[in-house]
Write a protein that binds this ligand. Structure first.
Ligand SMILES: [Zn+2]
Ligand SMILES: [Zn+2]
Length: 332
């Protein structure tokens, strides 16, 4: 089968790979669409994503497709030809975190498209527990976005959200847009801090109250909820200082592993701030599918590029000419 393989840091190649034999509890999925994620860029540059890349590895962890084959011991009610989305994370089930019901912190997490072959190929083998049926109303493009939406659902699950709250989303990229759309129906107002003026119309359309350019305007520092979706020290510091007393700050953007930030420690005490991280997507796939099926989020409106596998090396190396907010690759 055709596959795009990360062979080493900064090196992707198209290869013809032998399909791996299907294990007894695995399902072979004929990949239809795969999203390109910021963490694919991190992996390409030799940094960790949801884990360290186990090279050579086929990238791609935002996957939709059709079931092509069931292993002999698959017992879930799935059939060849079913339309599915894939949860890329495979926690071990036996470490202390898995046993506590916090599989996102698993000490031995395997991840499809990171530690084992992913969806930038014609087929991918996945454990049956990672396969989710999708309704016919969801396109394969949309279904490839179930994984990033599920990460955002987990982030929101980590917060206490009340209808009268105000929220600030720091970052106007795809993840910032997902948070904006999902918070807009749950709180009084959602402001967005972003630099790209061209994104203002889409942000307003999905529910942003106001959009600020933090380099030009100073916005108020009075938000109940602040969601940081950029991952740079400057935006993280700005996020924390934008929370009001009693505020909650969700640190969602992925930093460089060695990054440090400055926080006013008196503020944490005096404002009773909550600063939380959110990592991957525990127990959130089904809710993500439902939110998308109910059109609570119009995911197609947020996809800016539909690409081919041949385009991916340019995108990950930064050579792609256009500015991408979110790209989905159609396979085959
Ligand atoms: Zn991702
Ligand atoms: Zn575990």
């Amino acid at each position: 089968m055709n596959a795009l393989v990360l062979t080493k840091k900064n090196s992707l190649s198209h290869k013809i790979l032998q399909e791996a034999p299907l294990k007894s509890h695995e399902i072979r999925v004929n990949v239809k669409c795969v999203g390109i994620c910021g963490t694919d860029k991190h992996l390409y540059q030799g940094q960790p994503g949801s884990g360290e890349a186990n090279m050579p590895v086929v990238l791609g962890h935002e996957i939709s497709g059709l079931i092509a084959e069931l292993g002999p011991d698959v017992h879930s009610a799935l059939h060849v030809g079913d339309r599915v989305a894939i949860d890329p994370n495979i926690p071990c089930g036996y470490c202390r975190y898995c046993k506590e019901g916090r599989p996102q912190l698993c000490e031995h997490n395997e991840a499809i498209g990171v530690t084992r072959h992913g969806g930038m190929a014609q087929f991918v083998n996945v454990p049956e527990g990672n396969v989710y049926l999708i309704p016919d109303s969801l396109s394969f493009q949309a279904a490839a976005m179930v994984e990033p939406v599920s990460c955002v659902v987990h982030g929101l699950n980590e917060l206490t959200i009340k209808s009268h709250y105000t929220a600030l989303v720091v970052g106007d990229g795809f993840i910032g847009q997902l948070f904006t759309a999902l918070l807009a129906t749950r709180v009084k107002k959602v402001d967005v801090s972003g630099r790209n003026e061209k994104k203002i119309p889409i942000l307003k359309k999905i529910g942003a109250t106001e959009v600020f350019n933090p380099e030009i305007e100073k916005h108020d520092e009075n938000y109940d909820l602040v969601i940081e979706c950029v991952g740079l020290p400057i935006t993280q510091e700005r996020a924390i200082s934008s929370a009001r007393r009693g505020g909650q700050v969700l640190m969602f953007g992925v930093s460089e592993p060695e990054d440090q930030i400055k926080i006013n420690s008196y503020d944490i005490f005096f404002k009773e701030l909550t600063i939380k991280g959110a990592f991957i997507n525990p127990f959130a796939m089904q809710d993500a599918i439902q939110l998308m099926a109910d059109r609570r989020i119009d995911i197609e409106a947020l996809i800016t590029h539909e690409l081919r596998l041949e385009d991916v090396p340019d995108v990950l190396s930064g050579r792609f000419k256009e500015k991408i907010t979110k790209a989905v690759v159609t396979i085959g």
